[in-house]
Design a protein around this ligand. Structure first.
Ligand SMILES: C[S@@+](CC[C@H](N)C(=O)[O-])C[C@H]1O[C@@H](n2cnc3c(N)ncnc32)[C@H](O)[C@@H]1O
Ligand code: SF4
Length: 249
């Protein structure tokens, strides 16, 4: 049985060989590609693999950008993404199938500029069938959700926003290397609610330095915000995170 961190040392911290999908891409056969062509409704996921920081617990596919490289890297990514939407739609013949949901996840989609959201959405609309009023979610991170960004999001077909808050305890948030705090998170939630979209906030239980009192504080603050839903993730420990290395010495 594997109990302690030492027991897991045989794992490669770089996660070489980590299986992210099953069956693995190497084993995809023609059958899988035929299934993709079946005439069924579609759920579309659009990934933004960039963040303003790498949070200590996070194992997601994302890169934290330095301010000097941010504009160029994101712009090149959006160009490629739009091209990929066109190619995938043509190759798999997706143009007529009704899209029932669109999810912009990350990373941090709220790092995108308004013009970039508009361009991606216009590309989706041109290449896919979005005429059935799909659920349309954008994932947000509090410090990147400014009033001006929210004003742009309001003009998009977004009807749901999911914001990562994780904790309302400033010490826990600082320990996670996030740039928010309780005050900033509450302000961002108010801005999100003002867009008129249904708002979800994520909390994480079991973060480093959490106590019963800090968890109770986070839950009661979350309930006071008036958001439509709260998702609670149990903190998972992955080898590619700073949490895995243990407390700073
Ligand atoms: C891809 S993140 C997007 C949210 C946004 N980037 C932010 O952090 O504000 C989605 C959610 O995954 C959860 N998450 C990230 N790392 C986790 C971990 N190690 N264990 C459990 N949940 C985790 C967090 O609650 C986070 O809000
Ligand atoms: S939790 Fe969110 S902001 Fe933090 S590194 Fe992960 S995706 Fe980026």
């Amino acid at each position: 049985m594997l109990n302690t961190r030492k027991d897991y040392q045989f794992w490669d911290p770089k996660r070489t060989g980590f299986v992210t999908n099953y069956p693995n891409f190497l084993h995809w056969k023609q059958l899988a590609s035929q299934k993709l062509r079946e005439d069924r409704p579609l759920n579309i996921y659009v990934h933004t693999p960039f963040c303003i920081q790498r949070c200590s617990y996070c194992y997601y596919k994302t890169v934290n950008l330095k301010p000097a490289e941010k504009a160029d890297r994101i712009s090149r990514y959006v160009d490629s993404l739009c091209r990929e939407i066109e190619l995938a739609s043509q190759y798999y013949g997706l143009g007529e199938r009704p899209v029932v949901s669109v999810y912009f996840g990350g990373g941090t989609p709220t790092l995108l500029e308004g013009e970039q959201f508009e361009r991606i959405i216009a590309t989706l609309q041109k290449n896919l069938n979005l005429t059935h009023d799909p659920e349309f979610t954008i994932e947000a991170e509090p410090v990147t959700l400014t009033e001006s960004k929210a004003a742009i999001l309001k003009t998009l077909p977004m009807n749901r926003m999911s914001m990562g808050v994780q904790s309302f305890d400033d010490g826990i948030i600082a320990r996670s290397h996030r740039l928010d705090n309780e005050k900033k998170a509450l302000k961002a939630i108010a801005i999100a609610l003002d867009t008129g979209a249904a708002i979800n906030i994520d909390l994480m239980s079991g973060m480093a330095e959490e106590t019963e009192a800090s968890w109770a504080h986070s839950v009661s603050r979350a309930l006071e915000t008036g958001v439509q839903s709260i998702t609670i993730y149990k903190t998972e420990l992955y080898t590619n995170t700073e949490y895995y290395k243990g407390p700073p010495t």
